[in-house]
Structures are given as structure tokens and as C-alpha cells.
Ligand binder design. Sequence first.
Ligand SMILES: CC(C)(COP(=O)(O)OP(=O)(O)OC[C@H]1O[C@@H](n2cnc3c(N)ncnc32)[C@H](O)[C@@H]1OP(=O)(O)O)[C@@H](O)C(=O)NCCC(=O)NCCS
Length: 166
Amino acid sequence: MIKKIVPGQLQVRLMTIDDLAAVFHLGEKLFTSDYSSSMYRTWDEYEITTLFNSDSELCIVAELDGEVVGFALGTTVEKQKSAWKYGYLVWIGVRPGLQKCGAGNKLFDEIRERMVEQGVRMVIIDTDADNEAGIGFFKKQGFDNIQKHVYMTLNLSRRRKKRKKA
Ligand SMILES: CC(C)(COP(=O)(O)OP(=O)(O)OC[C@H]1O[C@@H](n2cnc3c(N)ncnc32)[C@H](O)[C@@H]1OP(=O)(O)O)[C@@H](O)C(=O)NCCC(=O)NCCS
């Protein structure tokens, strides 16, 4: 059954250790191979646990009626010899059926504020060029200056089979 978000019902808060499994499984629902092969391949338990270990204050969840229905996971990048600190929003997702109800906005507002508090001067994101929903959402948040990025794959198992035959 699809729940509708009543304004005020949705709580955005820091992710806790008890949320890890829910966030992981929600990501599995979102980052399917059909939706995006690169996001499907890179979404795993370590993404969440690594970011939770290194940047727990940039790991945010959205909760509705006691259930995790969205997340935003980020980190920061500092360059030597540069005054710029970058925020990297690595993953953001909202449960299918509850999208386009404002949860993504709330999650982004929270993580952006936290990045500002940490001295971030520019936020970066990356996603598939054909992720229209994601790109539409990021544009709405004010992201621009789209730069093309290429994902490539090398199938090592095919290479091993060829070697065996030779
Ligand atoms: C991207 C995503 C997190 C947005 O969350 P959401 O809860 O649907 O976003 P919101 O309802 O807060 O929408 C915020 C704004 O983004 C825009 N937006 C949201 N979805 C959109 C879509 N499919 N196409 C175009 N614009 C969209 C809306 O116009 C909205 O503007 P408004 O406030 O003026 O209405 C959600 O679509 C999602 O989980 N997508 C799958 C995962 C993904 O691709 N993540 C990004 C890469 S990690």
C-alpha cells in the first residue's frame, strides 16, 4: 500500500547503527540493474558502513511512522594547498511510492546545512547521464555546470576464459 506523506509527519534525523540494514535494503530497491547498472554495481554494505564510520554526521535518514523511507549519505574532500572544502553527496534515495512528496528536499536541506557547518564551499554529486529523476531533482536543488563523466567496465571473467582456451 502506498503511503502519502502528511506534512510534519516525516522526520529527518541522523542515521544510527540500527538503521544500517533498512538503508541498505532501501538502496537495493532503488539502485537496481534496470535503473542504473553503475549504481547497482557500486551499492553495497560497505558504502554505508564506510560512510557511517568516517562521516556519521553526514549520514541522514528520513523516517515515516517509525520506518526509514529515505537517506542521504555524504562525505567531505579537502585538497592540499587549497582553501576549498568540497562536500560530496554520495547517495540519496527515497522509497518508491513516496517520491515527489518532498522527502528528497528535506534530506538535501539537512545534509547541505551540515556541510555548511563543516565549512564546505561547494557540493558535488555524480549520477548516470540517463538518471532523469535524479538530474531533475539536483537541478531543482540548484546544481548546474553539468560535466560529462564516462563509466567503463572490463569483464575479467571473459578475459580469463579466453586465456584458458589459448
Ligand atoms: C532523486 C530522489 C532522491 C528525489 O527525491 P524526492 O523525494 O522524489 O524529491 P522531492 O519530492 O523532494 O522533489 C524535490 C524537487 O525535485 C524535483 N524532482 C523530483 N523528482 C523529479 C523527477 N522525477 N523529475 C524531475 N524533477 C524531479 C521536483 O520537481 C521537486 O521540486 P518541487 O519541490 O518544486 O516540487 C528520488 O527520485 C530517488 O530516490 N530516486 C532514485 C535514487 C536516485 O536516483 N538517487 C540519485 C543518485 S544517488
